[in-house]
Design a protein around this ligand. Structure first.
Ligand code: NOJ
Length: 545
């Protein structure tokens, strides 16, 4: 493997949603074999690493974020031997591998949870989770008022081994995802074992699921009318003690040469609280959701970039830039909505609004060049490189996200960004698997416009743009980690310079304007006007003498 121990400070990391990336065995579900067959797509794209969503044995109640064994592979995805081969083959192509670890909760099918149910109240087995007696007469009201993220209450009552209605257990997500008790030393020791298990198999790092949960306030007080993302102390988000866990994990990662790395998934609204996860003895990087949520407006984008750079500088960590992932509506479709409409990140927040897909694609091209030129690392969610839009009209019968179930079929949830990738051909399954078997979520006919095969032949495709951008990024020492200087540009535009004469201009919604005298265009996300001006929704990379 090339590069230095600090590779992660500038890395472009490709997110593989394994279930939907490529199907090697023809059962309609993506798997490790399919990923191995498609590694060259990723090497040709020019990314530095792959982050793979959970591939562990799981009932898939929440698409694998309900893990029943952290140290194995789900048979639907392959075997441990397949995983080891994948790591080797990826490393041969200079691609690092990041796995996804889920420490807040296990699956209700995990051996520990089954033991906890069998062992009964007060047992050491129950102490690995958060069991409590109910309130009120007969204990038939939940222990507190916490709500689950997918809708409904966060507590479920169990039937004790003697058949009587018994204690309640906490699940901040779905009923099938009981929260672990991070006060319990056995829980901590077991996760360290899991880290080492995969590190010893050559895995280069972990993405940490809901890294800002884990610790709950002593006494489990009611949350009242506080909202999930309100600033200030909260009984189960972003508790100070969670940082002790990550200091321990960092110490484990640092025993390897080169050291292993972490990226936190932490939706923490206050920038200074967020940055605490990135202190030098904690996690290396975190997804920058502040930027993902910014509206397609020059002031909003600039403010988010400035806030990000400022807060990361305090702790010396490199920022990351993310446009999409498996939890949000694809950005081509978000950017297709009127930027003034104030949509959120979910499909449900925008589904009723008109979409201008051409504008969405233009902006997605401009946004890609923006994130690849900003200081730090960047993420590509599978299909971003194809400009794939959200599938907004999946048949209700195919919806699999717990959000759909737990919202009483009022919120469609996240399946629209998880539809299997179209690789080739004119109709479903678009080369997703070896045969004609249909994938686990149906692909629409219009996916034919977005196949890898088609994009590969088109020099103007999103794929071609991504490849060129990532090649230039590799060849340009000024890109990735490092300083940025803002340039004076018309209102409605953004401009900044990096070292060695690299500059970026993005016209969001200004009148078309001229490029600096003598600038050489390295790459443009779309055509300039006939008289060489930079039009709206367009980014250029320049070399200025
Ligand atoms: C965040 C993951 O990205 C999401 O997909 C999952 O549902 C929740 N965490 C719960 O694990």
């Amino acid at each position: 493997m090339s590069d230095t121990a600090a590779w992660w400070r500038s890395a472009v990391i490709y997110q593989v949603y394994i279930r939907s990336f490529a199907d090697g065995d023809g059962d309609g579900i993506g798997d490790v074999a399919g990923l191995r067959q498609r590694l060259d797509h990723l090497a040709d794209l020019g990314v530095d690493a792959i982050w793979i969503n959970p591939w562990y044995p799981s009932p898939l109640a929440d698409a694998g974020y309900d893990v029943s064994d952290y140290r194995d592979i789900d048979p639907r995805f392959g075997t441990l031997a397949d995983a080891e081969a994948l790591v080797r083959e990826a490393h041969d192509r200079d691609l690092r591998i990041i796995l996804d670890i889920v420490p807040n909760h296990t699956s209700s099918e995990h051996a520990w949870f089954r033991e906890a149910l069998r062992a009964g109240p007060g047992s050491p087995e129950r102490d690995r989770y958060i069991f409590r007696p109910g309130r009120g007469p007969g204990g038939n009201r939940p222990p507190n008022d916490w709500r689950a993220m997918f809708g409904g209450g966060a507590w479920t009552r169990v039937t004790e081994p003697d058949g009587t209605p018994g204690e309640w257990y906490l699940h901040l997500f779905d009923v099938e995802q009981p929260d672990l008790n991070w006060e319990n030393p056995e829980v901590r020791a077991d996760f360290e074992k899991t880290l080492r298990f995969w590190f010893d198999r050559g895995v280069d790092g972990f993405r940490i699921d809901v890294a800002n949960s884990l610790i709950k306030e002593q006494g489990l007080p009611d949350v009242g009318d506080r909202q999930h993302h309100d600033p200030g102390p909260h009984p189960h988000w972003d508790r100070d003690e969670v940082h002790d866990v990550y200091r321990e994990w960092r110490a484990v990662a640092d025993t390897y040469d080169p050291p292993k790395v972490f990226v936190a998934e932490a939706w923490v609204p206050e920038a200074d609280r967020f940055a605490r996860y990135l202190r030098p003895d904690e996690l290396h990087t975190a997804f920058n959701f502040d930027f993902l949520k910014a509206a397609w407006r020059a002031p909003a984008l600039r403010e988010s970039v400035e806030r990000t750079l400022r807060e990361h500088a305090v702790v010396g960590a490199p920022p990351t830039w993310v446009l999409s992932n498996h939890d949000v509506a694809r950005h081509t479709s978000r950017l297709a909505r009127d930027p003034a409409a104030g949509i959120g990140t979910s499909l449900d927040s925008m589904i009723d609004l008109p979409a201008d897909l051409d504008a969405g694609l233009r902006r997605a091209r401009a946004a890609a060049l923006l994130i690849f030129a900003l200081p730090g690392g960047a993420y590509v969610y599978q299909g971003d490189e194809l400009g794939l839009p959200e599938v907004e009209d999946l048949p209700e019968a195919s919806l699999d996200d717990p959000t759909w179930r737990r919202s009483g079929h009022t919120q469609r949830g996240r399946d629209g960004c998880r539809v299997p990738i179209p690789w080739s051909g004119d109709g479903p399954p678009f080369g997703f698997g070896p045969g004609d078997d249909q994938p686990w979520l149906p692909q629409p006919e219009w996916f034919s416009r977005f196949t890898v095969e088609r994009a590969d032949k088109d020099p103007e495709s999103m794929l071609a743009l991504y490849r060129r951008a990532l090649r230039i990024r590799r060849e340009t020492a000024a890109l990735g980690d490092g300083p940025l200087t803002w340039l004076d540009v018309p209102p409605g535009a953004l401009g900044f310079a990096r070292d060695h004469g690299f500059a970026l201009l993005l016209n969001v919604d200004a009148e078309p304007f001229a490029l600096p005298e003598g600038a050489e265009v390295l790459l443009a996300s779309g055509p300039l006007t006939d008289d060489g001006l930079l039009p709206q929704d367009t980014t250029v990379w320049l070399h200025v003498a």
